[in-house]
Each structure stands twice: as structure tokens, then as C-alpha cells.
Design a protein around this ligand. Structure first.
Ligand SMILES: C[S@@+](CC[C@H](N)C(=O)[O-])C[C@H]1O[C@@H](n2cnc3c(N)ncnc32)[C@H](O)[C@@H]1O
Length: 187
């Protein structure tokens, strides 16, 4: 049976983001589906920061937010997610309730521009530093595109290093052909 990992990630977040307002990050804005999901949950008193390295992705996200009247609570950053801690600063450090990562490439776009371990791992460390206790990272990992499985293995090792300080929920197999998801809750 094919598991819908995006739906899994959203269900997980809905269960844990009951109280508003909150701060949340979408580390890979792409076409803006996750950014819009977080913006709706956060409401107009919450704040969502979204990152992407492609102008096309930031513009697609902006358009989706505007169409759904959710642009006011979102700040869009055309820059790598590995810079999230320095860009967001003290106001977000230790106070952020959720950071979403949806790795890989922008669908229907240049498949050569993908996330990669060299920047994903520093970004995961930065995200971990932003989280409040009880906050979580939602991490969706694709393995089939070139470089995807190598990134997946490095992310898997990063995850192993957190076992003493996080509750980790996973879904899907960690192999070269199937995607997987992890919900990582900071204790
Ligand atoms: C699978 S897509 C994200 C899909 C998105 N969550 C959505 O809801 O539509 C992955 C995105 O990561 C972006 N990306 C690649 N490297 C990045 C980096 N270092 N920092 C931020 N975004 C990056 C790509 O440009 C691409 O848009």
C-alpha cells in the first residue's frame, strides 16, 4: 500500500499544533503547499517563515498564500534553509513549534536543483536549535532522484544521533526506491 507521506506529516502537525498563535518554519517552500498548511494553522496572530533557494518556488508560494488570504502571517526568504537560525535570530530561537522539511526537487521544475546533505544537515541542526521543548521537525525524504539516497543515508545518521533527546516517529522504508517520513519531537 502506498502511504501518503504529506498527509501523514500534516496529520502529525495538526495533532501537535492545537494552541495558537505559534511560530513555524517551512524549510523547503517549493510550491507552497506546506507553507499554506502551516499558515492556516498558525492564523493571523502566528508567524511562518518559509525558505527556498529558487525564485520560482518563492513566487509560487507567494501566489498560493495570496490566493488563500494567508500572506499576512508568512515571511518568505529567497535563501538556503541552512541560514535559518541567523536570519530568524533570537525571536525564534528555542520558541519555534514546528519546522517542515520536504526534501528533493521542485516538482515540474529543474530536477538538477535538489536539496543535498551538505546544506540539509546544517539546516537540520539549525532547526533543532530553533525548536521549543515539545516542538518538532517534520522530515519527508525522497530517495529515487540522483543524490537522493545518499542524502537520505546522511539524514538517517543525523537522526540516530538524536535518539537520547527526541521522540522519533517514522513512516516508510529507508531504501533506495521509497520515500520516508520522520516526526522528531524535542523532549
Ligand atoms: C520537494 S520541494 C518542496 C515542496 C514543498 N514543501 C511544497 O509543499 O510544495 C523541495 C524544495 O527544496 C528547495 N531547496 C533545495 N535546496 C534548498 C536549500 N538549501 N534551502 C531551501 N530550499 C532548498 C528546492 O528549490 C525545492 O523547491
Amino acid at each position: 500500500m502506498k502511504i501518503n507521506l504529506v498527509a501523514r506529516a500534516h496529520d502529525f502537525a495538526r495533532e501537535r499544533l492545537g494552541e495558537t498563535p505559534f511560530l513555524a518554519v517551512d524549510a523547503t517552500a517549493g510550491n507552497g503547499h506546506d507553507t499554506l498548511f502551516l499558515a492556516r494553522l498558525a492564523g493571523t496572530n502566528g508567524r511562518v517563515a518559509a525558505f527556498d533557494v529558487q525564485a520560482e518556488a518563492i513566487e509560487a508560494t507567494r501566489a498560493r498564500l495570496e490566493k488563500n488570504a494567508c500572506a499576512a502571517q508568512v515571511e518568505l526568504h529567497l535563501c538556503g534553509h541552512e541560514k535559518m537560525a541567523e536570519l530568524l535570530g533570537e525571536a525564534w530561537a528555542g520558541k519555534t513549534r514546528a519546522v517542515f522539511f520536504n526534501l528533493g526537487y521542485l516538482p515540474k521544475s529543474d530536477h538538477a536543483v535538489t536539496t543535498s546533505a551538505a546544506t540539509t544537515l546544517p539546516a537540520l541542526d539549525a532547526a533543532w536549535g530553533l525548536l521549543a521543548p515539545g516542538g518538532f521537525i517534520s522530515l519527508t525524504v525522497y530517495t529515487r532522484h540522483p543524490g537522493g539516497f545518499a542524502e537520505s543515508e546522511r539524514v538517517d545518521t543525523w537522526l540516530d544521533g538524536l535518539r537520547d533527546c527526541a521522540d522519533i516517529f517514522t513512516c516508510g522504508a529507508h531504501n533506495p526506491v521509497e520515500p520516508w517520513w520522520a516526526g522528531i519531537v524535542k523532549r
